[in-house]
Design a protein around this ligand. Structure first.
Ligand code: GLC
Ligand code: CA
Length: 555
């Protein structure tokens, strides 16, 4: 059987607002992306995943869509999109679109009609409920972005459910007309020639009918037991697959917070007829006293256990998606690595090695290939992201926790870290815009930028390029079995990949000091395929953040 292309691909995620501005208004746009396609081609990636580019009032930067079949005015026009698609295809690059259909914007025509109530066709497009007898919300659920998950609507005289902001009402997937409209819209994009979908919070689309109160977390009740992997989610995805996905040659990846390996085999099993891959959250998810807001990292032993469990449980049954960061996460090198000047480059390359040598499809988030870092926030007024702004209000301003205590937590993981403009060169605004960027550039752009790295053969950029090249050359990287070694080491992440006689040893040090490590006999005569130190590992020890891949000599 032929290997599907998405198993052999490397995906690059673009957050369009912050990627490249072509007209000086400070906002990234489609022409900006077109102007950087050659850069992406040079990196060697195969697929671009575009975060949402549709018409949106931008309450959540495009994840609140008011028209699925129009381009956000600030990003350009449908002609620009068609040009982007054909320019990408000309270079052999595929385009995967973000599909945000758990909710729409409250400015979407469907919602505008729905809130009128009456007997109109859009009446049941959203999740409407009467208030309790005392007029209070139907239950105690809190929204992901702070505040209650229910908003009272004066016009309709009922509450509507919004798991995210109140400008993101949840669609009612139990209504067949909603499904039909969503599938028709998807078909329209497929007919344009796009190459796949990344499905936003797709594990939330089916809600249990009863909607009981949830366990209190912070100020509100937790909706997850009643909305995550809800009763009909697999039925809906199979229907979507049958009516749309299976009719095209696509790649699909579902964002599925709360997913377990077992559940992943349902969403993305080899023959379950739903999706190709899921994004799991076990390795990035945090849970401290303030929910996701924490600056405490997991011990390496735990990280290894999580990633290894995903590697082995999906083997032969489903396919992993591999990522360290994206537009919702802190910068990989700052969270999982070490962004101090002495170690930034070394640890960025080490993390890349660790991820790209695993089984699955690797995702690179814009700027990760340069080792871009978290942003040095000075105060809450620096936040742009709705989630960070509301979290600061809910936890700090309300007095649940002191600023002093909360500040390191929120700045460590704020989504704004990933959303500062791409650092192209050392000119003003990092070459992102000739105007004033919608969000400030990280002040380290003079040192960390694409132009400098393209001129330096030892840069993080060329290291990623080399890793991608290795994936294309050695089938063991795509198909090999994964086997963790030294699970108890608190400093080293070491694993093997095995395919027939072919065997790779992947060595990654997560320590900022030297660690003893005798290269196993079997690999002593092997060849070093890549390393972040000149000459590869010296016998007996790994240097700070050292990484290497050793290929066993053939017999
Ligand atoms: C997903 C997106 C995130 C967005 C949320 C609501 O988690 O990745 O950016 O805020 O869904 O659409
Ligand atoms: Ca622009």
């Amino acid at each position: 059987m032929n290997t599907p292309w998405w198993k052999e691909s490397v995906i690059y995620q673009i957050y369009p607002r912050s990627f490249m501005d072509s007209n000086g208004d400070g906002i990234g746009d489609l022409q900006g992306i077109i102007s950087r396609l050659d850069y992406l081609k040079k990196l060697g990636i195969d697929v671009i995943w575009l975060s949402p580019i549709y018409q949106s009032p931008n309450d959540d930067n495009g994840y609140d869509i008011s028209d699925y079949q129009a381009i956000m005015t600030e990003f350009g026009t449908m002609e620009d999109f068609d040009q982007l698609l054909s320019q990408a295809h000309m270079r052999g690059l595929k385009i995967v679109m973000d599909l945000v259909v758990n909710h729409t914007s409250d400015e979407h025509r469907w919602f505008v009609e729905s809130r009128k109530g009456g007997e109109g066709p859009y009446r049941d497009y959203y999740i409407w409920r009467d208030g309790k007898e005392d007029g209070k919300a139907p239950n105690n659920w809190g929204s992901c972005f702070g505040g209650p998950a229910w908003q009272f609507d004066q016009e309709r005289n009922q509450y509507y459910l919004h798991l995210f902001s109140k400008k993101q009402p949840d669609l009612n997937w139990d209504n067949p007309a909603v499904r039909k409209d969503v599938f028709d819209m998807m078909t329209w994009w497929c007919d344009k020639g796009i190459d796949g979908f990344r499905m936003d919070v797709i594990s939330l689309i089916s809600k249990t009918a009863e909607m009981p109160d949830g366990e209190i977390r912070g100020l509100y009740g937790d909706y997850s037991p009643y909305c995550v992997h809800g009763p009909r989610v697999h039925e809906y995805l199979r229907e979507m697959n049958q009516k749309v996905l299976s009719r095209y040659d696509l790649m699909t990846v579902g964002e599925t917070a709360g997913v377990t390996p077992k559940e992943a085999c349902l969403y993305a099993g080899n023959d379950t007829g739903e999706l190709n891959m899921v994004f799991q959250f076990d390795h990035v998810g945090n849970c401290g006293p303030y929910g996701k807001w924490t600056d405490k990292r997991r011990p390496l032993t735990q990280l290894k256990e999580i990633l290894s469990t995903w590697q082995t449980s999906l083997e032969g049954k489903a396919w992993n998606s591999l990522y360290w960061d994206n537009h919702d996460q802190p910068r990989a090198v700052s969270w999982f690595g070490d962004d101090r000047p002495l170690y930034r480059v070394l640890s960025a390359k080490m993390l890349a090695t660790c991820l790209h040598m695993m089984q699955g499809t690797p995702y690179i988030y814009q700027g990760e290939e340069l080792g871009m870092t978290n942003y040095p926030f000075k105060g809450p007024e620096d936040f742009h992201d709705i989630e960070s702004i509301h979290a600061y209000e809910e936890w700090c301003k309300s007095g649940l926790v002191s600023h002093q205590e909360f500040w390191p937590c929120i700045t460590a993981v704020s989504r704004d870290n990933a959303r500062t403009p791409m650092q192209w060169d050392d000119t003003s605004q990092a070459g992102f815009t000739t105007g004033t960027p919608w969000m400030p550039v990280n002040p380290n752009y003079k040192e960390i930028n694409a132009q400098a790295q393209l001129a330096d053969p030892d840069s993080v950029f060329y290291y990623y390029q080399k890793l991608i090249g290795l994936r294309k050359k050695y089938p063991v990287i795509v198909h090999g079995r994964y086997c963790l070694l030294m699970p108890d080491s608190q400093e080293l992440f070491v694993y093997e990949r095995i395919l027939g006689d072919e065997k790779l040893l992947v060595l990654c040090s997560f320590a900022d000091h030297e660690t003893s490590f005798p290269v196993p006999e079997e690999f002593a005569a092997g060849s070093c395929l890549i390393s972040n130190y000149e000459g590869g590992p010296k016998n007996g020890a790994l240097r700070p953040y050292e990484a290497a891949v050793i290929r066993k000599a053939s017999v």
